[in-house]
Every structure is written in structure tokens, then in C-alpha cells.
Design a protein around this ligand. Structure first.
Ligand code: URA
Length: 443
């Protein structure tokens, strides 16, 4: 293989063969192609694009760069969910135990925060002792016993993605649909799942800012899942406003516990139940998504979903005291209120800016080696569609460092947009890409 020629041909807009793409990714994973050549190839592909066959070859090469788990010995139709990332998105912590309590095994390999968007692993690690680094034997055992397991990407699952992702992150080649699709689906198809639910976020707090881009990404993700023989359903959901009221790590666990206990914010509850209901349907435990939603709601009402989450946390080494008594968790030492400077309707929010403010407070990483502050974050007191009076709290900033906390007051205040009239209500679910049920009943 002549890497220079592959870069040149991609630069000039040629279509490469599947074999050429597979050989390139395999050689890069074996350390036989230097980062500078791979970075040049990534940028050429970012600018020139890929035809469907090339994009599929990229996904296949990344999937087979490591181990593809076989979970057939564990009974049940295994279903996972993946979100493309947003602000306040704690849905995995809710829907995994809901689906598991309804009889669907959920093997979930999640990620850490990325840029302005939070990550399930960081949230889980705010629970003292929670171990997200299980080896694959223990991954199987916990899944078999608890019908659910929540871990991070291992060295052996899609290692090409791990390396390519780090390279894309520092070469401005992240927001490219073939790359994102290959990255997500190589990890998900390596997990040993039978079916997948995708939550593709759209809006100013998502990687896909427009509905058209989000739909193209969702269609590609669903096409890959379907071609792999795994029933896949994707939803396009709103990320122009943060989900729920809590943005951070521990406070998002706390909000998830509230939803599992039957309360919590309506948007978080509604979306968790829709996605869990779809998992329950794909997992063969309900005749329809609607019946799955009803089963999921019952698992919340009767406490079985909350018990499933607490049982899993104990199985993954967590000290569950704080799950049983969230009020005993340490409070952030610095708490500052951001107040409205006028009367009016909140007509919109810069969700990316709010996510970045949470990162700056310590809830995410500005550099790879940064440590997450589990108590840092933002509690929203008002969101898009609310009417506020001057002086009324919009948000409370939580931090461990006084200066760092104060520094975010202006950014969060500036992220709110006001008007004199109530904004048009926007649906939470914008569409569904669904080759199984066909069409889109939500449109
Ligand atoms: N999430 C992923 O796993 N990969 C991407 O490229 C983007 C979001």
C-alpha cells in the first residue's frame, strides 16, 4: 500500500476501493502509518467526502480493528442506546435501568465528556467507587446477573476509533458525517448487541446544528446498523435547550435518581421513556413502542427501575449510600445565582455556551489530563419558554473555586435570550428514522 498515493487520490476527489480504506485503517492501527499522514488523509476526506461504499468500508475497518464481542450465551435480545452528545443529557442513567427492569439486557459502552457535551462515564464516576473499567469477563458476568452493565471503551474494542478520534479532535476533522458514523457504529457493533436505539441531537448544543445534517447522520447510522443485521431506530431530538435542570456530573446523577423515583423534569422523563420504550420494543418485551413506554413507566412507578440502578452500582463497586441518601452528598462550596436583568420571556438559550460554562466550572475537561470536579455544574432555574421577572434566578453556578465560579456568571447570563412574547413551543422529538416500523408517526 502506498499511503502517499491514497492521500493524493483522496485530495483530488477520487473514490478509493473498500480494500484500500481497510488496508489504510489496519496499517494505522498497527502503527505503520504516522499520525501526520493519517491527519492529511482525514482532512482530504473531510473536504472531499466519501461515497457510501467508502464510508461503509471505513466503519468495517474500524469495527474489525479490535475484538467484536459475542454475547449469544447471555439470554435475551441485547439492546443499547447511543446519543450523539448534548448538554444535560443524562438519559442513559435512566433508560438503561428502565429497559433492564423490563427484561431487556443492556450492554452499554459509553464515553466521557467531549468538548461542551457531558459523558455518561464522568457522571457515573461521581458516584464514589463506581468502576467503569471492568474487564470483559466481568462485563459479561455483570450483564448476565443484572441485565445491564455500564463501562468505558477498552483497549480491545474498536482501537482504531480510539486513535482516530484523538487525531480528529486535534485536526479539526470531528464534524464529518462519515467519520462520526464510523466512530459511533464501530464501537456499538463491537459490543455484542442485537439492536440499537440512537438519539441524534439537533441544535445549538449539538454537534449537528441543523435538522438536515442531523437527518443525514441519522440515516447513515441506521443504514450501517441495518446492513449489519441489527435492527436500528434513530430519533432526532432537540438540543437547542439543555435537557432537564441539572448540568454537571453528580447533580445529573441526582436528577436521574429523581426521574427513576417518579419525579424529575418532564423533558427528561418524556425522552427517557420514549427511548427506553423503543428499547423494550426492539428487545421483544412489548408489541409496540407505545406498549414499551407504558411498561417503562410502570417500572418507574413500582420502583423496579430504581432498584435495578442501585443494584448495578453496587455490582460495579460503588458505595451506594449517596444513591440511597442523595442529600448526604457533599455540596459545592461556591454557589452563585445568575439573575435576570429584565422582565420577559426566555425565547432561547445558547446551549453550547452553557455547556462550555459547565466545563469551565470543572464539570468537564479543557485539557485531556484535567480532573473532573464531581460537584461542579449548573442548576437551571429557568429555561426557554419560561417567563421571568427582573432579579429572578435563571441559574445557580456550582464550583469548588470561588474565582472560577464567579468568572462564569457573565457567560451564563449572556446565554439567555429574552423577548416580550412567549416563543413558539418546540417539540422535543423532531423525527424518527425507522426502517422497521416504516415512516415516521411523529411527523
Ligand atoms: N461520538 C462518537 O463516538 N464519535 C464521534 O465522532 C462523535 C460523537
Amino acid at each position: 500500500m502506498n499511503v502517499l498515493s491514497l492521500i493524493r487520490r483522496k485530495r483530488d476527489g477520487e473514490t478509493l476501493s473498500g480494500d484500500e480504506i481497510r488496508a489504510l485503517v489496519a496499517a494505522y492501527t498497527r502503527d505503520e502509518v504516522p499520525d501526520y499522514q493519517m491527519a492529511a488523509f482525514l482532512m482530504a476526506g473531510f473536504i472531499r467526502g466519501f461515497v457510501d461504499a467508502e464510508a461503509f468500508a471505513l466503519y468495517e475497518a474500524m469495527l474489525h480493528s479490535g475484538e467484536v464481542l459475542d454475547l449469544r450465551d447471555i439470554p435475551g435480545i441485547k439492546v443499547d442506546k447511543h446519543s450523539t452528545g448534548g448538554v444535560g443529557d443524562k438519559l442513559s442513567l435512566i433508560l438503561a435501568p428502565v429497559a433492564a427492569a423490563c427484561g431487556v439486557p443492556v450492554p452499554m459502552i459509553s464515553g466521557r465528556g467531549l468538548g461542551h457535551s457531558g459523558g455518561t462515564l464522568d457522571k457515573l464516576e461521581s458516584i464514589p467507587g463506581f468502576n467503569v473499567n471492568l474487564d470483559l469477563d466481568r462485563y459479561r458476568r455483570v450483564l448476565a446477573e443484572h441485565r445491564m452493565v455500564l463501562i468505558g471503551q477498552t483497549e480491545t474494542i474498536a482501537p482504531a476509533d480510539k486513535r482516530l478520534y484523538a487525531l480528529r479532535d486535534v485536526t479539526a476533522t470531528v464534524e464529518c458525517i462519515p467519520y462520526i458514523a464510523a466512530s459511533i457504529m464501530s464501537k456499538k457493533m463491537a459490543e455484542g448487541i442485537d439492536a440499537l436505539v440512537l438519539d441524534v441531537k439537533v441544535g445549538n448544543g449539538a454537534f449537528m446544528r441543523t435538522e438536515a445534517d442531523a437527518r443525514r447522520l441519522a440515516e447513515r447510522l441506521v443504514a450501517i446498523g441495518t446492513a449489519a443485521g441489527k435492527p436500528t431506530i434513530a430519533y432526532l431530538t432537540d438540543m437547542d435547550t439543555p435537557l432537564g435542570h441539572a448540568i454537571g456530573n453528580w447533580i445529573e446523577v441526582e436528577e436521574s435518581l429523581a426521574v427513576l423515583a417518579g419525579g424529575g423534569p418532564a423533558d427528561v422523563r418524556e425522552l427517557s421513556l420514549l427511548l427506553a420504550g423503543t428499547m423494550i420494543y426492539l428487545g421483544g418485551q412489548a408489541e409496540s413502542v407505545e406498549a414499551g413506554i407504558a411498561l417503562g413507566a410502570r417500572a418507574i412507578e413500582d420502583g423496579s427501575a430504581l432498584q435495578a440502578f442501585i443494584g448495578l452500582a453496587a455490582a460495579q463497586d460503588a458505595d451506594i449510600t449517596c444513591l440511597l441518601h442523595p442529600e448526604r452528598y457533599p455540596q459545592a462550596p461556591h454557589q452563585l445565582v445568575v439573575a435576570a436583568d429584565r422582565d420577559g420571556w426566555i425565547t432561547g438559550m445558547d446551549t453550547f455556551a452553557i455547556g462550555m460554562a459547565a466545563v469551565e466550572l470543572g464539570a468537564g475537561r479543557l485539557r485531556k489530563e484535567d480532573r473532573i470536579d464531581p460537584v461542579a455544574g449548573i442548576r437551571l432555574q429557568a429555561k426557554t419558554g419560561d417567563h421571568v421577572k427582573a432579579g429572578q434566578p435563571l441559574a445557580v453556578l456550582l464550583g469548588s473555586d470561588a474565582e472560577r465560579t464567579r468568572a462564569q456568571v457573565g457567560a451564563v447570563a449572556a446565554a439567555y435570550r429574552f423577548g416580550d412574547r412567549a416563543p413558539e413551543p418546540k417539540p422535543l422529538v423532531l423525527g424518527r428514522i425507522d426502517p422497521i416500523l416504516g415512516g415516521n408517526p411523529l411527523e
